[in-house]
Structure formats: C-alpha cells, structure tokens
Design a protein around this ligand. Structure first.
Ligand code: GLC
Length: 799
C-alpha cells in the first residue's frame, strides 16, 4: 500500500489524511459481484437488481466482508445479468437500466441511465478512502441537487448545506435547527436533481456523518468512525421508486392495529389509578374520541420494569378491564434499564443467565437512569431478545395492549448521556464494543418487544412505540420524536421532520402534540391538534412539571375546536388506514412532501410547511400564533377547499383563511375520498354505511380510488383476508357513470351500503339510474351543488 493523500476536510474530522483508492489493478466477475482490486485495497460491486448496486470496500489485503447490519432484511436480491466492457481508461458496466463507468486510473464511479444521462457520480479526485478506523465516500455535488431523507433530523425539508451526525442521542435540550443528533439514526439519503433522483443507504451502525455541502460546494460526503464502507446506490425513475427499493432492503411496516391510528392521550404521568379512570371518563363524558391512554413511569414499583406500583395501582387487571369495556387501550412505558436490586426477579434472572451488558473483563456495566443504578440487557443476543420479549406477558396478562419503549438510545444519566463506549456486546459470538452497537440498541429492543408481543398472541397485531431506532425500525415500531417543547417553532419543525421520516421508511410517526416540555396553551394545543389530525401517529403528551394539556385544559373555546378536530381524525380514519396499507405495500409515506407528488414543480422542492395525505389531500397547518390566514402553495390542477368547496386553479400561491377553528385543507379536483362515521373509539359501533365524497370538476373527466379494508386487528390479511374495491367514475357525453368494482373480497365488510356525495355538480340530473334501473333515492341541493345518493349497489348513472 503506497498511496497516502492529504485532502481538504480537516475541519470536519480533525484528521485530514486519507488513503484514497486510486488505480485499478485487476477485476473479476463472480456471479452478481464485480470484484475490483486496486492499489489500496478491494472494492466489491454487488448487483442486487438492475437498479440497486451495493458498494463494499476492503482496506489493503483484507477480504471483502459482505455481512450487513440487522437493518437489511432482504438478502435474496441477486442480479448477474450485467456486461463489462474494458475501455482504455474506463470499465463500462451495463445493467438493463444503468450504465456505470469505473475510472481505472483514479477510482470513481459514475452512474448513467441508458440514454447516457448522468444520474450521479463520485468525486472524480477522491471517491473512497479511509483514515485509521474512519471510512469515507465523497460524491460530486451537482449545482441544483437537493437532499431528502435521513430520518428524524431538524431543519427544513431539503438538507443541502447541512451536516448531520448519526448517533442516537437523548436530547432534552430544546430541538433548534442546530440540534443534532436526535434519537434515531437513519443513514438513508435521497439525492434529487431537477426531477431526477437516486438513493444512498449507508449500512454502517457506527457513528456516521453526512456533510451535504457544508464544507464544499463541489462535493458531499458521508463517513463513519468505524466499521466498513458499505453502501447501496439505488436508482429509480422517481422518489417513490427509491423509497420502495430502500424499504425492500430494510423492510416495511406491518399493518398496525387500527385502534392505534386513533387518538392517544398521555402525560408524564397519569397516576394513581383514580386519575387514569378520571381522564378516561372525561373523554367519554365530553364526547371527545380517544382510543389509547399511555401510562408513563409512575405506574411501576420504583420504576422497576414489568412491575406495578401496588399502592397506586392495586388492581391493574380490574382497571384495565374496566377501561377496555369503555373502549380504551392502555399502553405502558418500558425503559431498558433494569434496577440493580438483588430482590428483583428480573435483575436476578438477568445476572443468572448472563443477559446484561459487560466490559471485556467481565465487569457489569452499571449506570443510573430513573430507577437508580441499573443493568442493561444486551439485545444483540437472540436469547436476551427472547427473554425480554417474554417478560411482556406480565403486562399483557393484566390487559395492557401496547408497549412504549423509551430511553433506548440508551439514554443514561451521565455526561455522555449514553452507555460507555467500551462496553462490549456479545452479538451471538460476533462481539463488538458499544461503538458498533450503540445505534442498533433501540432497533434490537424494538425487535425483542414486537416479537415478544406477537408470540404472546399471534392473532393480534402488536403496537410498539419507540424513541430510538435505526434503519429498519419501521418493521417493529411506530416512532415519536422525543422531548420537544411547547414552542411554536417546534410545531413548525415537526412538519419537515415527519415528512423526511416518511421518506426514510418510517411511516408511522408523530410528535408529542401540544409539546412535551414547557407549558402549552390553548392556541398552541389547538393548532398542534389540527396538524395532528393528519400525523400518522397522534398522541398528546407532556412532561411532569408542566400544566395539563388534555383537550379540555384551556377552556371551552379551545375544547370545542379540539373536539371537532379529533372527531375529524376519526372521519379520516378509513382514508388513513388505506394509506397505511399502501405504506405496508410499497413504503410510500402517509404524510408526504409535495415534491413526492409534483417532482417537476420547483416550488415544491423545499416546501416545508405543507404536506399531502396520500395524493389528493393537501394540508397547510398554521404554526404561528395569532394567525387568521396563511399562504398556501397549490400545485398544478384544480383544488377545492375542503371546508367551503371553493375551487382554485393551482400552480400559484393563495392566501387561505385560517381562523383558529380552521386548518386549510384542499382536495384535488376529481378525487374520491372516503370519510368514516365518527366514533368515540375504533370499533365502538358497527359501520352501517361508507361515505364517499366525489370532488367533481368541469376539467376532470374521470377519477378513481382504491380502498383496502380488513379486520384491523389480526394477521388474516397476510393470508388474503382483506377486501379491495375500486370506486371510479367517468363522464360520457350524455352521462356520468360511477362504478364499484371488487378486486378482492375475502373479508366480510361491516357495511353493505354507501352514501355517495357528488360534490360540485352544477346541474341537477334529470335521471339517476342505479344498477341500470331508474331511481328516486337521491337528493340534489342546488345551494351547495351536491347530489347525495344512497345505494347498496355497484353502479350509478347520472343523466
Ligand atoms: C423521557 C421521554 C418522555 C417521558 C419521560 C418519562 O423524557 O422522552 O416521553 O415522559 O422520559 O418517562
């Protein structure tokens, strides 16, 4: 090895000498891998599909190591139909969708489509290298390039010009734009350059960094403090395809129980039992829908996990069963720290079976969290995950319905706020220090919890919520964004943060509504609930010393509006659940940045304060106090105000009315939107009828909506136990025809009739035919131009 170079990056790392990969010595194709031997080491290009290429680097004489982090679940992808053309200065590799040029003198990769259009390229002077344990890649930064993804990060939608660190951190300090890192590490980046996009997933669990043009205008770079340089380049014709491929690799969210899409009420902490009952009763008395109540750390005996404080909760089973009668599901918090107490069974078992984290010399790692001194399960061991998962029966037997995993970065009451980096994890024999496993701790705890809940009852979908995680966390858990504050700026920050989490495979996400730390107020809570209406995970939660922020805490005026919006959440539940199904199928987020739907429209590229729910609902939350209007960007097409029906031509900004009781919502003209009946909780009553709203427009001649439904609670859907119908309409010269087609019907729907609302129908029809027969089961209102038809059939014709 003789090549050592100095390059300009000292300010980023404090160490500016890297071995840079330079000259290609030889190459060899073996199956789906192209092995490249260079003067400084080896690089394997592993083709997974014609669009996904894995790049793995080995230093010096080391063999290429193809092992992955537990984030990657699909190890079956294999594509070997690529050709290699050896040109003087270049190797040209072709798949069915990509042309990759490898520079033979100075290693770098360039990716082109088959029309020779450049998609992305490495920095042409230094592409890959290492310095000590650090491994690094440099990529050319295109002038117009933008960056999305990276999971839970502060800042605007577009991450260009910023540097981010991946190191799961319990950050109680206020989350301002420079606060980084937070609780989750998702090293997945989407590069987007004027409509063309690609993805990079850096599969490395050590502390990693992404400098997206902060230190140079010429290149961007990602690197890690250890482990190997192992990344996936993902090509795709649009961002949706890239997310699909990324979630093929790292998995998708299984369908959650439908009740978990309802409203959750939490605080640190509801106790004793009487307070929990009182909160529950108030929701029902006040007819504010609520499905879930969370119990924070005070339900436990001295914060010992899997126990109950017997004084405060003398009869948990009775309490949980009474609450359940009333439709409440209770979720309990579980932290990973196990109190060091020789009388405590869990601690005894952990010691007896060698389940806790230790130093290399065998000494236990002991650190303080809520219970005082604790030991920490080593979740890298299969046996420990199983043991931990099985403990949950202690709570589930009593009637607990879901688990909230907190402090799992792990958060520790110490200077570094986490575990000592010298602690070793067993990892079933392939041991390593906490440096390697830190970012995986929450993911592996999530796996233990999800699998434990599923083993306990294989018929019921588990609900798990987590604070920490790594790529792949979506397979096990919903994610909330930790300890935000009751600041308006945190309401604003939530929007791009959640959108980027969605783009990073984490569909089921939300922030503490109302703000966790500091004191909320009526206006802030109201606006936050309005945003929450469309957050995939909707939970109001606040800290121990702050004033109450339940929906009724700030007086009647706010309570009324909050009730209206929580009810509206339940109206949207069928649509939301349908979008959860799409996410489960393809990784597509529920809460989407506009750029996902309108990649050709530059105005959407860094639009951070609006989002779409699916592809037809546009939401523009109000995130500042004392506002009664806000500017909204409507992309191309016609948009109808959800509240007033007023129609707007898009590709322009409008000023939308937004008094306190209104969050601007626009529906894309032509769309069909199902709305569900309001209930106090999911499943309270049988759904008798499905309401379908059709937003007609003179310009749009057809529309459709595909609706997925299942029992909302079991795994029968994985064996085909679901129902899919397509609702569609088409204008002919003399009539409008509406149809319902069944595409799958293995689940017996609760309802057999529909209330169809044709909105914006400017002429009263002279004839309405239902299944070919003339009907008078309809009403037309020429005030609001709405035709209502109630049917139990599959076809309506309006003439
Ligand atoms: C952490 C959590 C917070 C919880 C508190 C007490 O700060 O982020 O949600 O209420 O711990 O358990």
């Amino acid at each position: 090895m003789n090549s050592s170079e100095i390059i300009d990056s000292g300010s980023l790392t404090g160490d500016n000498s890297y071995f840079i990969f330079s000259e290609l010595v030889d190459y060899q194709k073996e199956g789906n891998v192209l092995f490249l031997r260079l003067t400084e080491g080896s690089i394997a290009l592993e083709f997974l599909t014609s669009d996904i290429l894995r790049v793995v680097m080995a230093k010096g004489d080391n063999q290429v190591d193809f092992s992955s982090t537990p984030a990657v679940v699909d190890h079956t992808l294999n594509y070997n139909n690529f050709s290699i053309l050896d040109r003087t200065e270049l190797l040209e590799v072709k798949t069915e969708s990509l042309k990759i040029l490898i520079n033979k003198k100075k290693f770098s990769l360039s990716f082109y489509d088959l029309e020779d259009k450049l998609i992305h390229q490495d920095h042409n002077d230094h592409a890959l290298g290492w310095s000590g344990d650090q491994v690094r890649a440099w990529k050319k930064l295109e002038e117009q390039e933008r960056f999305y993804g990276l999971g839970e990060k502060t800042g605007y939608l577009d991450k260009r010009g910023r540097k981010y660190t991946m190191w799961n951190t319990d950050t109680f300090n206020p989350h301002v734009p420079s606060t980084d890192p937070l609780y989750q590490s998702i090293p997945f980046l989407i590069g987007f350059n004027q409509g063309r996009s690609y993805g990079i997933y850096f599969d490395n669990s050590y502390q990693t960094y992404f400098d997206l043009g902060l230190n140079s205008k010429e290149y961007y770079s990602f690197w890690s403090e250890g482990g190997k340089l192992d990344y996936y380049f993902i090509n795709g014709s649009n961002i949706k395809e890239i997310i699909k491929s990324y979630t093929d690799l790292t998995g998708r969210m299984p369908l959650p129980p439908k009740w978990s899409l309802g409203y959750h009420q939490s605080r640190y902490s509801y106790h004793p039992e009487a307070e929990v009952r009182e909160i529950a009763q108030k929701f029902r008395e006040k007819e504010i829908p609520c499905d879930v109540i969370h119990l924070d750390i005070h339900y436990m005996d001295e914060y010992k996990v899997f126990t109950w404080d017997e004084k405060e909760f003398p009869q948990p089973k009775q309490m949980l069963s009474d609450l359940s009668e009333d439709g409440f599901k209770v979720v309990t918090i579980i932290d990973p720290g196990v109190k060091k107490d020789p009388r405590y069974k869990l601690y005894q078992e952990g010691i007896k079976h060698d389940y806790f984290c230790k130093y290399l010399d065998g000494e236990y790692y002991i650190a303080k969290v809520w219970p005082g001194e604790c030991s920490f399960p080593d979740f890298t061991k299969v046996e420990v995950r199983r043991w931990w998962g099985d403990q949950h029966h202690l709570l589930l037997d009593q009637g607990v319905k879901g688990i909230w995993n907190d402090m799992n970065e792990p958060g520790i009451f110490s200077k570094t706020s986490t575990m000592d980096l010298e602690v070793v994890h067993d990892n079933d024999g392939d041991m390593g220090t906490h440096r390697r496993f830190h970012n995986l701790y929450g993911l592996l705890e999530g796996q233990a919890t999800y699998e434990g809940l599923k083993r306990y009852n294989s018929e019921k979908r588990p609900f798990v919520l987590t604070r920490a995680g790594f790529s792949g966390i979506q397979r096990y858990s919903a994610v909330w964004t930790g300890d935000n504050r009751s600041f308006w700026i945190h309401l604003e920050l939530a929007i791009p943060m959640l959108m980027n989490m969605g783009l990073s495979g984490i569909t089921f996400c939300g922030t503490d509504v109302g703000g966790f730390a500091d004191n909320s107020d009526g206006e802030l809570l109201t606006r936050w609930i309005q945003l929450g209406l469309f957050m995939p995970f909707l939970r109001n939660h606040c800290a121990i010393n702050n004033i109450n922020q339940e929906p009724w805490s700030f007086g009647k005026e706010y309570e009324e509006i909050i009730r209206k919006y929580i009810k509206l959440r339940y109206r949207f539940l069928t649509h939301l659940y349908n979008l959860f199904y799409r996410a489960h199928q393809s990784g597509l987020p529920v809460m989407r940045p506009l750029v996902l739907e309108y990649p050709e429209d530059e105005k959407t590229y860094n639009l951070s304060d609006q989002f779409m729910v699916g592809d037809s609902v546009l939401v523009a939350p109000v995130y500042q106090p004392d506002r009664s209007e806000r500017m909204v960007y409507l992309p191309k097409g016609e948009w109808q105000d959800f509240w007033t029906g007023q129609s707007y031509q898009g590709q322009k900004y409008i000023i939308a009315k937004a008094p306190l009781d209104t969050i601007p919502i626009f529906i894309k003209a032509g769309a069909i939107l199902p709305l569900s009946p309001v209930m106090n909780y999911v499943g309270e009553e049988k759904i008798e009828e499905l309401e379908l709203n059709i937003y007609l427009s003179g310009d749009v001649k057809e529309g459709s909506y595909r609706l997925y439904e299942d029992d909302g609670s079991s795994f029968a859907y994985q064996q085909g136990g679901y129902n899919i119908r397509e609702f569609s309409y088409l204008y002919y010269t003399d009539r409008l025809e509406f149809n319902i087609d069944s595409l799958a019907d293995d689940y017996q729907l609760e309802y057999s009739s529909y209330l169809i609302k044709f909105r914006n129908l400017d002429l009263e029809p002279s004839v309405v035919m239902i299944d070919g027969v003339k009907s008078d089961q309809w009403q037309y209102n020429n005030g609001n131009l709405e035709l209502k038809v109630e049917i139990e059939a599959s076809k309506i014709e309006l003439k």
